[in-house]
Every structure is written in C-alpha cells, then in structure tokens.
Design a protein. Structure first.
Ligand code: MSP
Length: 641
C-alpha cells in the first residue's frame, strides 16, 4: 500500500518545547476507521521505540494525535489524552511541571475548538416536532410525554452543536373543538385561547424548550394552508365528489365499514364504534372535495423503502408497510360548511371547510416557513407522535407532501400510550393524570425523569404515582443526590473546591479507581448512541450504573478514614475522582432533567461554556475550581412514598 505522509503542525506554544514538526506515515484516503487505526498503530510503534530520554518527542507525537482526533475519532482522542498525561509524569522535574500544565491547557483548547461528533465539521440543522394538541380538553401526562421526548432530543442536539428548530402548539379547528366549545357554553375562539394557554403553561412548567408554538387559528397558518391547497389543486390531486361513510368525530377520522363494529352500551342499546379507538362513528353522506390518495401508493412505498429508520420502532414501520400492501382509497379533505363551520374555508369555495387533519398536519410546514434559522430546515428531521396518530403521519401526511412536490419527513418516532389501570388515559374514561398534580408532588424534574426512565417507545406504560415517587427518590435524591452531597459536603471538602483530576488520581485509588475509570470512559459514548437512537431509558440506565459505580467507589475508599489517618493524597484523589464522575453525570443528564443538571453543574462550579457534549466525558485537568455556594441538596426526598 502506498504510504502517504501527513504533516501536522504543532501549536506554536509547544514548538519550543517539542520537536518542530512530526510526520506520521499512514495509508492514503481510506475509510476513516482504517486510517485512524493506522495512525494509532503508528503512534504505538513509535512509543515502543522511544526511551525515556526521548520523552519530549513522545509527547509531541501524542499532541499530534490529539490534533488528528479533533477532526476524527473521539475514542482516539481520549486514549491519547490519557497516555499523554501519564507520560508527562515521566518528564524530569524542573521544567516538567510547567510543561505538563501547558500540555493540559493545549488539550483543553483543542477540545473546545473542535466538535468531535461531526467528522465533516458541519453542524446539521435539526427540526423536531410534537403533534399539536387538541384543545377540547386540558393537558395530561400523555401529552407531556410526547413533548418531553421531543424536548430531550432537541436539547441533546443543541448540546452536540446542531441548530435546532423545535415546534409544538395547538390544534384548534374541527367538529370536536366546535362541539367542546358549545358544551362549555363558550365562543370557539375564546375557548381555544383559554385551552391553548393552558397547554402553553403546562409545557413551560415541564421545561419544554420549544422554539415555536403554533396555533392553527393564526393567520400565518391559514395562509400556508390556502397556498398548499392551491398547489394540490393545480397539480390535479383534488376533485369534487360525494363521500358516503362513517366518520368518528372523536378521532376526526373517516372509518371504513369493515373497521367498525357494534358495541353494547350499558343501557342495552347498540352503538357503532371505530374498531381502532372504540369511539362512536356516525354515518355521513355529503358532497365534498376528495384527495387522490389512491394515486400515491407507489410513491409512499418508495418513501418507506428509504429504510426502516423512517418509522421507528420497527413494528410501526411494519404496520405502515402492511397498510400500503392494500389499495388506498381517495380521502375526503373537506366538509360542508353547514356541518363544520369552525375551520379554514376551501379557497374559492366557502361552502366547504378544509378537513381538520390536512389543516393540522400543515402546522409543521407553517413553522418551517417562519423559522428563524438561517438554514432551510425542510424536511423535518423527526415528528414525535403517539401510536394513535400513525396513519395520519405515516400515510396521509407524506402523501400530501409528495403530491404537492415537497419532501416527506425524514423520520417518525412513534411512542406507546400511558395507561392508568391498563386503560388509555382519556377525558371520557375519567382517568386523566394532570401534569400539574405530578409537578406539585415530584417537581418537573421528577416527572420528566419518570416519563423518560419508564417510557419505552415500543410499548405502553402503566402510570403509577407511587412508582413515580419511588423512582425520583431512589435515583435523583439518593443515587445522584448522595454522590454530590458526599463530595461537596464541608466535612470532607472543607475548602469547597473541585479538585483537578489526572490518571494518577485514579491510579492512587487502586483497583476501585481503575474499575471506575473504565466505567467512566465507556459510559458517555454508550449514552450518546442511546440518546441518538431515541432509547432515552437505556441512556439513563447507563448513567445510573455509573452513579452506582461512583457511590460504590466512594464507600470502598472510606474517605472519612483517610482523613482521620492523614492520608491526604489518597483522600484528595478519592474526592477528585468522585467529583469528576458527578460532573460527567450532570452533563449527560442535561437533555432529560435540565434544571436538575443545571443545579448539579452549578454546585460543582462548572462554567456555562463547559457544559456542551464535548464536556460529557472524563477530562484531565490540573486546575482547582471553587464550588458553587448553593446548598448541595439537589432533590429533596419526597416523603409521601
Ligand atoms: N391534534 C392531534 C394531532 C395533530 S398533529 C398534526 C392529536 N392531538 S391529541 O391532543 O389528541 O394528542 C396529542 C399527542 O398526545 C399524540 O401524540 C397522542 O398520541 C399523545 N397522547 C394522547 N394520549 C396519550 C396517552 N395516554 N399516552 C401517551 N400519549 C398520548 O392527536
């Protein structure tokens, strides 16, 4: 294989101390991993050949590796950084200390300058959405669950350096809302203002960091819906016809005859219901506009074939695929104004009102058109949705977009439902859990943590207040809370300092230190992958395993004894290692429990600019940092367990 010399210029500060320029020989442009493998091997070979007198040269090579890594592999960076500091210990005393400090500074600078998760160096714009919520009823924790999933991924993407657009809002048109307003004896506009306000407050109280809150009654949205309708119409996808069939107002959905069944009511009468949702259907026979859905089957199949990642989890991908194995029938996309007045009129025909799902789905496009981002953010990166609205997002929405000549969304993330006593939470069943009641009990942190810890997208979850309290107490108050108060408490940390940490800190703690070191090194990358795959619960499990590891380490080291026996080096090492682990834990948990993580990082005196994902890993550091002055209690135990 042809050898190619790669030249890396050392930082001018170090040129005086190290050799001028280092050449590393490795293969020509190849898949990154092979190239890095070669670089790493080459470095190792050189290291083996070096005697301790050549210490500086050795160090220079490591710096080079660190610089390579900035554009490449984080694993290599870490390996080199560890070797680097270890090796620096062999630098002869005298100039050694300054030398070491400068090197550490350099590594930190390198970390700050490079985003290690984008090898092409380009941040990717990330556009995530929640469904817009019906305003017929108040928010419940099912709604909040959707929003927290979207929020965690928005926060995670911000941490890894991507510009984020994150939209949420309210779905305010349609028969369902018209009827709800009537029941509340209120004019629909006022009714919507009120309930939309309740959603906004609930989302704020749950620390949802949306960038746009869209309401379908806004004029920017109406304009977009009109423009889109006209495009569909010009492209020949809309025609006037007659719709005869069943309609479910609760789902705002047309239901085929074979998808309905008769259900016995408690009074002995029979009611026809939708088999999917068990909600009543009514027979409609009316003139309206139809959308040529039947023409889009092949295009939809092609979209789906772009990979199973389009719809996750796999079972929902398979479900949509199975729907597309059958014929699609054209979809009614308007209702006579005499039946439905609360909606957006069809352009040029005010006797008809646009079907509420077409209106609602277009909220995503209204947001994109009004995005503050400099980038063109279409298509959406991911729509987070509950499984009950899969057909609308997995069939109708991409069909509308394809017909109008737009790209369909890159992906859908489908989650299960929260059940109470094995039944879906709903206003009609009367088993709704309000987010505010949970916040009052366990705070927004406790609620978010519970939803993300217990919520497994592929299945339904059973909500239990008892369990929510138990989990918040055991993980947030005991697990992480203890870890932080142990290392920040005045008895073992009288100077209230976060100590610098180096490989020798771990080494001097013996095998408990090396066990924790390997856990601490492994965890961030695993968490990164789990978060990226939407497996937040798995990421949290990994963080909690690290917390248990650190608490176990602390217990084994018995720092209170070390203090008594005057073993100050070991005591400092124990404290430094524990604090570094707590810092990593706090950084990793930011997408899940933002304000809790903020308190943790504030307590540890971590500067704001040191909280992005580049810092979500072990970092050697020689400086001492003052702890924050706030109390070390991050999450007071909840008594009502
Ligand atoms: N308005 C439509 C969405 C239009 S998006 C273009 C709608 N609204 S909804 O208020 O009924 O539901 C909003 C979201 O909350 C959906 O993703 C739905 O799946 C989710 N949830 C509603 N009840 C839920 C549970 N009990 N559990 C989990 N999520 C649930 O559908």
């Amino acid at each position: 294989m042809e050898q190619q010399a790669l030249h890396y210029q050392l930082d001018p500060v170090l040129v005086n101390l190290c050799d001028k320029e280092i050449q590393i020989h490795c293969g020509p442009e190849e898949p990154k991993n092979t190239r890095q493998g070669q670089v790493e091997e080459c470095l190792k070979r050189k290291f083996d050949a070096l005697s301790s007198v050549e210490c500086r040269r050795h160090v220079a090579l490591l710096i080079t590796a660190v610089q390579i890594d900035i554009q490449a592999d984080p694993m290599l960076h870490r390996a080199c950084a560890i070797d680097l500091v270890t090796f620096c210990k062999d630098v002869p005393p005298g100039d050694g200390r300054t030398f070491r400090a400068k090197l550490c500074e350099q590594i930190n600078r390198n970390y700050q300058n490079g985003s290690r998760y984008f090898s092409n160096g380009q941040p990717e714009s990330f556009f995530v959405t929640t469904p817009i919520f019906y305003v017929n009823a108040e928010p419940h924790i099912g709604h909040i669950y959707t929003a927290v999933i979207a929020d965690s991924s928005a926060r995670f993407n911000r941490l890894i350096g991507n510009p984020v657009t994150f939209s949420t809002g309210t779905d305010e048109h349609g028969l369902k809302i018209q009827q709800a307003a009537l029941c509340a004896n209120n004019e629909p506009g006022q009714f919507c203002d009120h309930v939309s306000g309740l959603f906004r407050t609930a989302l704020k109280n749950c620390e949802i960091s949306y960038t746009d809150y869209i309401r379908t009654t806004e004029s920017r949205h109406k304009e977009n819906v009109h423009a889109f309708w006209e495009t569909l119409s010009e492209k020949g996808y809309i025609y006037k016809g007659k719709y005869e069939g069943w309609y479910c107002t609760a789902d705002e959905a047309f239901v085929a005859e074979d998808q309905t069944t008769l259900m016995k009511l408690p009074n002995g009468q029979e009611q026809r219901v939708s088999m999917e949702s068990n909600r009543p259907v009514e027979w409609f026979s009316e003139e309206n506009y139809l959308f040529k859905l039947s023409k889009l089957r092949e295009e939809l199949r092609r979209w789906l074939k772009s990979g199973p990642a389009v719809i996750r989890p796999l079972r929902h991908y398979n479900l949509v695929k199975s729907w597309l194995d059958q014929e699609l029938i054209d979809l009614s996309v308007s209702r006579p104004n005499s039946r439905l007045s609360w909606g957006i009129p069809v352009p040029g025909d005010s006797s008809q009102t646009i079907y509420v799902w077409l209106d609602a789905l277009l909220n995503y496009m209204t947001v994109a058109k009004h995005s503050q981002s400099e980038m063109n953010i279409w298509p959406p990166s991911v729509h987070v949705i509950g499984k009950d609205i899969l057909k609308f997002h997995g069939i109708y929405w991409p069909a509308f977009l394809l017909a109008a000549g737009f790209e369909p969304p890159k992906s859908l993330l489908v989650h299960g439902h929260w059940l109470v006593d094995e039944q879906k939470m709903s206003k009609t069943t009367g088993n709704v859990v309000s987010p505010q009641s949970c916040i009052n009990l366990v705070t927004a942190t406790g609620l978010r943590y519970f939803l993300m810890h217990e919520g497994v997208p592929a299945s339904d979850g059973n909500f239990s207040t008892k369990r929510m309290v138990r989990i918040a107490n055991s993980d947030l108050a005991d697990g992480i809370g203890n870890l932080v108060s142990r290392c920040c408490g005045k008895s073992l940390n009288p100077l209230q300092m976060r100590l610098g940490v180096s490989p020798s800190s771990f080494e001097s703690c013996g095998s408990p230190g090396s066990d924790l070191l390997s856990l601490l090194e492994r965890t961030p990358d695993i968490v990164h992958n789990e978060y990226q795959q939407w497996n937040f619960y798995k990421g949290i499990d990994q963080v909690m395993a690290l917390v248990r590891g650190a608490n176990g380490f602390f217990q084994t080291m018995e720092p209170w004894k070390l203090k008594k026996e005057g073993e100050l080096d070991k005591l400092n090492a124990t404290m430094a290692v524990t604090m570094e682990t707590a810092r990593v834990v706090g950084t990793l948990l930011q997408p899940i429990v933002p304000s809790y993580s903020e308190r943790l990082l504030d307590k540890l005196g971590v500067p704001q600019e040191d909280r992005n994902w580049d810092f979500a890993r072990l970092r050697w550091n020689t400086t001492e940092t003052a702890l924050g002055s706030q109390p070390a209690v991050l999450f007071p135990r909840i008594k009502s367990e």
